[in-house]
Ligand binder design. Structure first.
Ligand SMILES: Nc1nc2c(ncn2[C@@H]2O[C@H](COP(=O)(O)OP(=O)(O)OP(=O)(O)O)[C@@H](O)[C@H]2O)c(=O)[nH]1
Length: 410
């Protein structure tokens, strides 16, 4: 279930109010609460809790930005819309602690305001570790992050940062000062980047030092970005969000490259990479099975390719459900593969149960019955490719001996 978030919108222009209402309503998470003046907004703020606010700086009954102070006083993240813009206004708004200020000069401005609010929702799920020696500095960075609704943890030295990151795998971002004790920020980045486990961790370095080479040093060691203190929170937020979004994009691309689009299972490419790693790590007690749907050409010819596609997707999700503890992939066409660090006998039993369920099942509205043949290999000698070849040989035998069966080396 989607949890709803009320967004207060205060704007005296009916057109702008309509546009913002329309844009916010496109996201099922948001419930826009519309007000056209300060007094109305004040009443709503007393009645309700709000996730964020988008407010016009100049309202007919509060021409000097009083709405911004009121919203910020209630500790609600605030995006400000202004008709005009100058540097003094920018500084004064940022000093107050608004999230962003947006000039109402095009429809893209309103999209930008919505994007800022949407980012807040994503940030709630992002855990950030701040490694800072100075209490004041740590508090400052924490407050900036919390203003953007990040989930913040703090440590005051490099060793503790390492321990925390090892212990809590859900930490997505590290913001580390250079001058922290036991392991300095730069060494910390080097150590983290030498471990593949931390390859997706977003790292931002901070320093008050006058050493101009420090930023390059941090980035060469693998940090995503670097900020020299003192910095304006606008720059801090831009860099944090840019690094995070770049990382999210990378993860999406990687997911797409490793996923079969039809079944949403991992693909052959991923299976070769991850399966090989698992095989090498386990050394013994690894079992690999190749499953191939029987007479699938006939299924396609009888029911058509679209139903064939549906069947492949449904079969894939049944496999994922039956073997959630294993690496399951679509190897290609109507062939699937799984590998796990389990005893061959155990996997054989589970495969037999799976084949039994398959025999009894009817898929799609067309009530299609499927069977599959399986080659199961549990030998732990040789290379990963040899393990696959062996499973493929057993699969071939299963087909030759009449299909709908498992042949294994057991
Ligand atoms: N609908 C659909 N069909 C696919 C897809 N990939 C492979 N196939 C079909 O799977 C069938 C495989 O045919 P064959 O290799 O002759 O094997 P089979 O008919 O399953 O027979 P056996 O494996 O010997 O039991 C072909 O008709 C392919 O077109 C796909 O993504 N969607």
């Amino acid at each position: 279930m989607i949890s709803e978030r009320k967004i207060l919108v205060v704007e005296d222009s009916p057109v702008v109010l309509k546009v913002l209402n329309h844009l916010l309503s496109q996201n099922p998470m948001f419930v826009p609460v519309l007000c056209t003046c300060y007094d109305e907004a004040k009443r709503k703020l007393e009645e309700d809790d709000f996730f964020a606010a988008i407010v016009d700086l100049n309202l007919p009954d509060a021409e000097n930005g009083e709405i911004v102070d009121l919203v910020l006083f209630k500790q609600i993240p605030c995006v400000v819309l202004t008709g005009n813009f100058d540097d003094d206004l920018r500084i004064s708004l940022l000093d107050k602690g608004v999230l962003d200020y947006i000039t109402k000069d095009s429809r893209y401005s309103f999209n930008h305001a919505i994007k800022v609010v949407e980012r807040l929702v994503k940030n709630e799920g992002v855990k950030v570790l701040v490694a800072e020696d100075s209490v004041a500095s740590s508090r400052f960075v924490k407050a900036l992050l919390e203003q953007y609704r990040f989930n913040v943890l703090e440590v005051d030295n490099g060793q503790e940062a390492l321990a925390k990151l090892e212990e809590d795998t859900s930490i997505r971002m590290l913001i580390t000062d250079y001058n922290i004790s036991l392991v300095n920020g730069y060494e910390l980045v080097r150590m983290l980047r030498s471990n593949v486990r931390f390859q997706d961790l977003v790292i931002i370095g901070l320093s008050a030092e006058g050493d101009s080479a420090l930023s390059a040093k941090f980035i060469k060691a693998g940090a995503n970005d670097f900020l020299k203190k003192p910095f304006y929170h606008e720059e801090f937020h831009c860099r944090v969000v840019h690094s995070l979004e770049a990382q999210e994009m990378l993860e999406t691309i990687r997911d797409l490259a490793n996923t079969d689009p039809l079944t949403k299972l991992k693909n052959r490419r991923f299976f070769f990479e991850e399966g090989e790693r698992l095989y090498r790590k386990a050394n013994a007690e690894v079992s690999l099975a190749m499953l191939d749907l029987d007479h699938f050409k006939v299924v396609n010819d009888t029911y058509g390719h679209l139903i064939g596609d549906d069947l492949l997707a449904l079969f894939g999700s049944d496999m994922q459900e039956a073997f959630p503890d294993m690496l399951v992939c679509r190897f290609g066409g109507e062939e699937f593969c799984l590998i796990a660090q389990v005893n061959g006998r155990e996997l054989l039993d589970r495969l037999n149960v799976f084949l039994g369920h398959l025999r009894a099942k009817e898929y799609t509205g067309a009530k299609v019955s499927l069977t599959c043949s399986v080659g199961l290999c549990c030998e732990s000698m040789g290379t990963f490719e040899e393990l696959i070849k062996m499973a493929d040989r057993y699969l071939y035998e299963a087909k030759r001996e009449g299909r709908d069966r498992i042949i294994s080396g057991l």
